[in-house]
Design a protein around this ligand. Structure first.
Ligand SMILES: [Zn+2]
Ligand SMILES: [Zn+2]
Length: 163
């Protein structure tokens, strides 16, 4: 029993895991984005690779995704904005986007990144295409009693310090 890394406040086993396992399809770009974040947090690299759209996938290596996932602890996700999308999605429309902020730790240093990611429907499955990075900065390491870097409002020692 553990809450889903994507911040939904739902159990992982009923939130992103069924999507990662392929039992359920992501019903929106946001769901796919959340499931990819959770796969990073749980180091399920194969799913991250598989959920790339096929042209972007050619530029990816499973080994690189694996080592990046293994070196990184994903701490928190905030969805800032999702564009509307048509259920009868057509390739002539602009690609739907999800704007998110994510917090992670890499080699004992803390980072915040904000991206606007693009998604496409491919064979009736939402896939990740690419993203514009709006921000990617290192954060000062907080003291244990400081407010957490992830904007949860909790003290650091009760939040990301333990993740
Ligand atoms: Zn989730
Ligand atoms: Zn936190």
């Amino acid at each position: 029993m553990s809450l889903c890394p994507c911040g939904s406040n739902i159990e992982f086993s009923t939130c992103c895991l069924p999507i990662i396992n392929g039992d359920v399809k992501a019903s929106s770009p946001e769901q796919l984005m959340r499931s990819r974040y959770s796969a990073y947090a749980k180091k399920i690299s194969r799913y991250i690779f598989d959920s790339y759209e096929k042209i972007s996938k050619k530029e990816q290596s499973l080994d690189d995704i694996c080592s990046w996932a293994n070196e990184t602890q994903w701490l928190s996700l905030i969805i800032n904005h999702t564009s509307s999308f048509e259920q009868d999605y057509s390739p002539s429309h602009p690609l739907p986007t999800v704007d998110f902020t994510a917090f992670y730790r890499h080699e004992k240093r803390f980072f915040r990144m904000r991206e606007n990611s693009r998604f496409v429907l491919e064979d009736l499955h939402w896939r990740y295409v690419d993203a514009d990075t709006a921000e990617h900065i290192e954060l000062p390491t907080p003291s244990r009693n400081d407010l957490c870097i992830c904007q949860s409002g909790k003290k650091f020692k009760r939040c990301c310090a333990n993740k």
